[in-house]
Design a protein around this ligand. Structure first.
Ligand code: CO
Length: 134
């Protein structure tokens, strides 16, 4: 099986402290982890909302992927992430099927997880992340 389940939904925000305070106040949602991921130019927090995970992404600067996303589109839905059992196999399958991969090889995401991004053109107009779940 290629995809297991939806792992998280990610929102881009300008200010992570402000967004975390807002989600805590409105929904009682607390972060499971919070981490700077230098390689991606983001600080991220993963919130538990009921049984689902919501990721908040704030840019480390304007000249980063999330910084450019915010300048172009403002705050909002950034990507959907699906869990996969074998990321290398999933990427090989998608490449063979002609999907447009942003990452041909896995990179490191938050909490040390192996991730890769698939271009919105290959997933209904939405940036998609694959997360390997061991
Ligand atoms: Co994500």
């Amino acid at each position: 099986m290629l995809l297991l389940n939806l792992d998280h939904v990610a929102l881009a925000v300008h200010d992570l402290d402000e967004a975390l305070a807002r989600f805590r106040g409105l929904y009682g949602a607390a972060p499971e982890w919070r981490e700077v991921v230098e390689e991606q130019g983001v600080e991220e927090a993963m919130l538990l909302v009921g049984g689902s995970k919501l990721q908040l992404l704030a840019p480390l600067g304007p000249d980063t992927p999330v910084g450019r996303f915010l300048a172009r589109r403002g705050e909002g839905l950034h990507h959907l992430a699906f869990a996969v059992p074998d990321l290398d196999a999933a990427l090989a399958h998608l490449a063979a099927e002609g999907a447009e991969l942003i990452d041909r090889h896995p990179r490191r995401g938050g909490a040390g997880r192996r991730i890769a991004f698939v271009h919105p053109r290959s997933f209904g107009g939405t940036l998609t992340e694959l997360v390997e779940i061991a």
